[in-house]
Design a protein around this ligand. Structure first.
Ligand SMILES: C[S@@+](CC[C@H](N)C(=O)[O-])C[C@H]1O[C@@H](n2cnc3c(N)ncnc32)[C@H](O)[C@@H]1O
Length: 408
């Protein structure tokens, strides 16, 4: 083998290492033809292998950027994996509102040309009740794609049948192209960022993060590193949604929510993380002699179980949902509602479960009841539930659900 060929192979090998360390990609996910094309183009311009090797020592040099641009896959389209956008609308948004958030914040991590970022923004805007603001960040390593994202003009390839238009998002501008609606653009911001590094803290924490079809290219170590950064950027109670086959265990510090294929994970609230303190032993007062026998009798008879409360049953249903048993949760909620007919949090929960199970008519009927019952209550009346929430929250959630149904 000639020395020129050996040197060219050294450049190719070094180029792959540079790509792997910059992106987190495992070697088998780096396209050999893409790397080969970039390196050969440089050699064809008369540059020597040693010159290229020297340039590859400098991270951020033009050659390294050309390699990244060539290997990063930017496949994306609006409302990709629509079931995750339904989860966003009907689970993540109500959960954030229940925490009293006044700004719904989303992050599309690895956003490519921005279709996912704008889809998140359109969904949040459509679901946000009056007075609640929306902010969405899109980040990617590929600067060229971010420029396209900021332009916000797209062709047919971004609008595929697999991604139904779930929320108002764009307008036609001729020649098969669409432009993102101004209110959606206004709440979106794009920045360059590498998922191997933590997002700068000036961007704050997020109610929901989508990182889909990105980690699938990463090495196992890089997956863990990126997941750690993503989990830290969630508000307690916030959700991380990953691509369909990206992890088989919940990321550290998060719990799985819903069916495994939903790939949705939640950062628990602080009070869910710490087990309640063990009850302090109650000092037993010495009873006078005649009562001792009766007391020992009492001790052998177990106390009757406490009567189930609506909130207790609802919490049990939530635990079932979290463990993936949605039909068990629905049965429990039905029983709950037979006993506590006016319990709004249970009605809302059951309606959302019905919608997810495809029983749309039943979901709508229940949502109408939620809306009508909530409308009869003083808007600021706090309704006891797993989260105490004002009646206006139930009305706004039901309104949003029913309005969205009319749009679809
Ligand atoms: C296939 S696209 C996914 C787009 C969108 N999330 C979706 O699911 O439709 C993957 C994107 O991840 C970006 N990416 C890959 N490695 C990255 C990294 N280490 N940091 C940030 N973005 C990265 C790529 O540039 C590419 O735009």
């Amino acid at each position: 083998m000639s020395s020129g060929v050996v040197e060219a192979q050294q450049v190719l090998a070094r180029a792959r290492e540079v790509v792997a360390s910059c992106t987190g990609f495992r070697d088998t996910a780096i396209s050999p033809t893409a790397v080969d094309r970039v390196v050969r183009a440089e050699l064809a311009r008369g540059r020597s292998p040693s010159e290229l090797l020297a340039e590859l020592q400098r991270p951020g040099a033009p050659l390294a950027r050309a390699l990244l641009d060539a290997v990063l896959v930017g496949e994306t389209y609006f409302f990709r994996h629509p079931e995750q956008f339904r989860f966003l609308a009907y689970e993540a948004v109500p959960a954030a509102l229940s925490r009293g958030t006044l700004t719904l914040r989303g992050w599309s991590a690895g956003c490519a040309s921005g279709e996912e970022t704008y889809s998140i923004a359109a969904c949040l805007l459509n679901m946000a009740p009056p007075g609640v603001r929306v902010e969405v960040l899109g980040s990617d390593l590929h600067e060229g794609r971010l420029e396209a994202a900021r332009r916000g003009v797209y062709g047919n390839w971004s609008r595929r049948e697999a991604g139904p238009l779930l929320h108002p998002l764009y307008q036609e501008v001729g020649e098969g192209r669409v432009s993102i609606l101004d209110p959606v653009r206004a709440v979106v911001r794009f920045v360059q960022g590498n998922l191997l590094e933590p997002l700068h803290e000036m961007y704050g924490l997020f109610d929901v993060i989508f990182c889909r079809n990105v980690l699938t290219y990463f090495s196992p170590d890089a997956v863990q590193m990126a997941l750690g950064h993503l989990a830290k950027a969630l508000v307690p109670g916030g959700f991380l949604l990953l691509g369909t086959v990206e992890v088989d265990h919940p990321p550290a510090g998060l719990v799985r929510v819903g069916a495994p294929e939903l790939q949705s994970f939640r950062r628990p609230l602080p009070r869910e993380q710490t087990p309640p303190p063990a009850p302090k032993p109650v000092p037993v007062a010495r009873e006078p002699e005649p009562y001792r026998a009766a007391a020992s009798l009492r001790a052998t008879t177990p106390p009757p179980p406490p009567a189930p409360t609506a909130v207790g049953l609802h919490t049990e249903a939530l635990q079932r949902i979290e463990s993936g048993d949605e039909s068990g949760a629905a049965t429990l909620l039905e029983k709950l509602l037979q006993q506590f007919r006016d319990y709004l949090p249970g009605m809302l929960e059951l309606a959302l479960l019905r919608e997810r199970a495809g029983a749309r008519e039943a979901a709508f009927a229940l949502m109408h009841t939620v809306r009508d019952n909530a409308a009869r209550l003083p808007p600021d009346l706090i309704i006891e539930g797993p989260e105490p929430l004002p009646a206006r929250f139930y009305r706004a959630s039901a309104d949003a659900f029913l309005t969205l149904g009319a749009i679809e």
